[in-house]
Design a binder for this molecule. Structure first.
Ligand code: VGL
Ligand code: ZN
Length: 198
């Protein structure tokens, strides 16, 4: 069986100067590049929202970014408009060695539902296809890096573990948003689920 590196959302909008900047988001690029060089298989994810996506606070009157709303699929945090399909903010961070990637999985492209995880949309039911892709290719171990530790990285790692993959998060090659203690909460959840925090 084989291993893959999964680089989560290392895009301009999640780096300093971007629409949903994660503190120090750009600092991880050299570390991620070193990991890309070491792994045989590399997958990237790209947050990829249509304009007017339902996770944008701008679509909910009277709501501000980082507040929550109840959607048909559950609680949803609202964000500033970010990673709009085809925009400069949605492009991979300059300097990221993305050419080796065998797959780029786009997520959050359906207007009415967000997708933090690389495996399932936020209803935790609708698959992105990544699980099937990895299985068919004989990959049973996945290592995560990227942005943001407490949202897309954590949701992806939890789903990977739930789907039976051996899941590791390279914590030093991730950066967090940390909303109301979300980093500590998601770190505990990952540890409980058997995700290896390296
Ligand atoms: C993310 C919030 C909204 C992430 C994506 O990549 O962690 N967070 N969209
Ligand atoms: Zn998003």
């Amino acid at each position: 069986m084989a291993e893959a590196l999964i680089v989560i959302d290392l895009q301009n909008d999640f780096c300093p100067g971007g629409a949903l900047a994660v503190a120090g988001g750009d600092e991880i690029v050299p570390l991620v590049n070193e990991m890309i060089a070491r792994f045989e298989h590399v997958v990237l994810t790209q947050d990829w929202h249509p304009q007017g996506h339902s996770s944008f606070a701008s679509q909910h009157s009277g709501k501000n970014p980082f507040e929550t709303v109840t959607m048909p699929y559950g609680e949803q945090t609202l964000w500033p408009d970010h990673c709009v399909q085809g925009s400069a903010g949605a492009a991979f961070r300059l300097g990221l060695e993305w050419t080796k990637a065998e797959l780029v999985i786009r997520k959050g492209f359906r207007k009415g539902i967000d997708s933090y995880s690389a495996f399932f949309e936020n209803d935790h039911k609708t698959p992105t296809g990544l699980g099937g892709y990895l299985r068919e290719r004989g990959i049973d171990e996945v290592t995560f890096t990227g942005l943001a530790t407490d949202f897309c990285v954590a949701y992806s790692a939890l789903d990977a573990a739930r789907c039976g993959f051996k899941a590791t998060v390279a914590m030093d090659a991730c950066r967090a948003i940390d909303l109301g203690g979300s980093l500590a909460a998601m770190t505990a959840k990952m540890r409980e689920a058997g995700v290896i925090l390296a």
